[in-house]
Design a protein around this ligand. Structure first.
Ligand code: SAM
Length: 241
């Protein structure tokens, strides 16, 4: 299978139920809010005109991008995923069905490039090619925010996560995972500066999922401060040199 078609069929049939499955549950809803809040906090530090969201799907990154940029382009290979995005109908957003391995932009155009729940879908070799493509379209000193599943926590919590997925009937995962140190090292090797890391979600919060959403998010944040090694995902906040 070519790189462009690897995931298209899967996400075309997944699109309708994607948000409900990933962000509909008590953990998923808190994760969604924590991720958007963290992205917003990073992006509001600077005023910027153009953002490109890669593998945008149903638009997890779109609300914080709209709030902090004059214009946002949501790129995704799968038309059906884009159809379910809040980007649809927003005057400040364009949706472009496109392949992240060959983004339809000139070099150095974007102030900000984001992707979420995207790079983990690919092999390490493809990951590097995707990072280079994001780097190509970013302006010098642009902010690039990417996220990763935390390999360290997954190893330590493997039995607990398996039980959670069984109980809540979550789909099996086929993710490429990285530790924070490893992801930073890769980014530095690509010539990025690492501006920061934000920890998102933690399965240690499972006993607290009965709390209202604001409290659930604060609980996740507190647990991540106490036990960073157990975070579910992390954002790398990069700068193009
Ligand atoms: C797990 S979803 C993530 C969606 C959204 N960013 C989020 O955080 O919920 C992965 C997305 O990547 C898209 N995708 C897969 N391969 C792609 C490629 N080569 N180029 C662009 N998008 C791709 C899929 O269509 C899907 O919408």
């Amino acid at each position: 299978m070519s790189k462009t078609s690897d995931w298209q069929g899967f996400y075309a049939s997944e699109a309708k139920s994607y948000d409900a499955r990933r962000y509909g549950g008590r953990y998923g809803a808190a994760f969604r809010k924590a991720h958007r809040d963290a992205l917003h906090a990073v992006l509001q530090r600077s005023t910027a005109s153009l953002a490109i969201d890669v593998g945008s799907g149903t638009g997890q990154c779109i609300p914080p991008l709209i709030a902090t940029h004059e214009f946002t382009v949501a790129c995704d290979l799968t038309h059906a995923m884009l159809m379910h995005s809040p980007a649809r109908g927003d005057q400040c957003v364009s949706q472009v069905q496109s392949n992240a391995f060959a983004l339809p932009f000139c070099d150095s155009v974007a102030d900000t490039v984001t992707s979420s729940r995207f790079l983990h879908l690919f092999s390490r070799e493809d990951h590097d090619a995707l990072l280079r493509e994001m780097q190509r379209v970013a302006k010098p000193n642009a902010v690039i925010v990417v996220d990763y599943y935390n390999a360290t926590a997954r190893k330590m919590l493997a039995p607990l996560i398996a039980l959670y997925r069984l109980l809540f009937r979550r789909l099996p995962e086929h993710d490429t995972r990285y530790s924070i140190a490893e992801a930073k090292e890769i980014a530095l090797r690509h010539g990025f500066r690492v501006d920061g890391v934000a920890l998102i979600g933690t399965y240690l919060a499972t006993p607290f999922l009965f709390l209202p959403i604001g409290a659930r998010v604060r609980c996740m944040q507190a647990l991540n401060r106490l036990s960073p090694q157990f975070c579910d995902q992390f954002l790398l906040i990069l700068r193009k040199s």
